[in-house]
Write a protein that binds this ligand. Sequence first.
Ligand code: NAD
Length: 455
Amino acid sequence: METQSQVVDRLRSAFHSGITIPEQFRRTQLTKLMSMIKDNEEQILNALHKDLAKPKFEAILSEVDIVINDLHYAIANFRSWMQPEYVSKNLATKLDDCFIRREPLGVVLIIGAWNYPLQLLILPMVGAIAAGNCVVIKPSEVSAATDSLIAELIPKYLSQDCYAVVRGGAEETKALLQNRFDHIFYTGSQTVARSILQAASVHLTPVTLELGGKCPCFIYGRVNIAAAAHRLVWAKFFNAGQSCVAPDYVLCSPATKDVLVPALREALEDFYGKEPETCPDLSRIVSPRHWMRLMELLKRSSGKIVVGGESNQEDKYIAPTVVVDVFEDDALMKEEIFGPILPIITVDSLEKGIDFINRQEKPLALYVFSDESSVINTVLERTSSGGFCSNDGIVHMTLPGLPFGGVGASGWGSYHGRWSFEAFSHRRACMMRGWALERINSLRYPPYRDDKLSW
Ligand code: NAD
């Protein structure tokens, strides 16, 4: 069996051979990637169900279709993204060709997380292939069924000279990171991101970090509370709250809380029935370890559970749960929840809500629910976050025209659509000169004279 460094060396030789440069090669690989997803949709859905009990509907929406749509978009557009971008010129460069050339970075590493185990590997891979790179992907070992399926399928469909899957957990990933890559694209927690950065610093490898954090949902002013509750419940409990852009907590006034809680209860019953545990539309927690962490958080919280709270360890089930009387120093506010628990924190004014948000790390997404555009615009202007969406949750990340990524502690860089292509491209600044205009050029040569400056 090949060692990790032999895999990287093999891909590097392929990259240096220039095989990934022609547009046609990239197009063929992207088309094969599309076939891989389409031909094996059933197996993919089964693996996702095994890992997370992902409902088929959610899996199609957030793993299969999002990838297929991005592939269609890339296949239709990457030719134009590859074209040189001509820039404006001045008198001294009038006769030159001045343009930006998008070039592949080389051999890139994509490390995925378990919560959307297909999407989080394949979406960046689309950009990396379109940009002409060789790619090593490292699926998350936590979502074991999808990990093994991806490892089986990629070599069957894509060029084995240029694309490889390396499997393993923390130790194998640390060993893999000792190799020199031309870019590292990491999705996962902030804690592990620090080790990724340390490893990247050895070779001065540039990185994209797709991280998480606590995404607030600020509900303020007049608001259609029934619609707000339905949209919030959908965004929060999709994939059992295991989404990096899930609303992590709600901020609202005490009066809004009083009407929101019954509306949330109603929305939950509409979606998952009176016994959510028997509902097939609710995912499970990915592993016993992750289940334990969430139950521990609930136990340590001094808030009051007003909806849900039931659990079943054997089935890794936690009911959609709403907690009130939560304060800033509560256990639920100390880390990203990443599960089906929604704390509600009350604030007295718009100003205090904005101050609360600004006291935390910059989130990956910020949601504001209000009928009043002045409220939405004030929060937009006075805060910072990777993405922003008013009166809904998660959906902003489905549009390939919008860059997806964090800011500050929620991540560095972005991707999706053209942004993925850009993430894996070097913008080479090119000035193609001839020998003309030598008299103008001579103005910059010594001997220097002040009158040459004013020319
Ligand atoms: P995870 O446990 O699957 O880890 C992510 C990857 O890091 C895996 O491939 C894993 O093998 C590897 N890894 C684990 N420990 C490592 C180590 N010590 N050194 C090197 N590699 C290591 O996933 P996770 O970290 O639990 O992911 C959850 C986090 O990811 C949440 O914070 C979530 O918000 C974030 N996330 C962000 C996005 C995004 O697009 N911004 C998407 C999904 C998840």
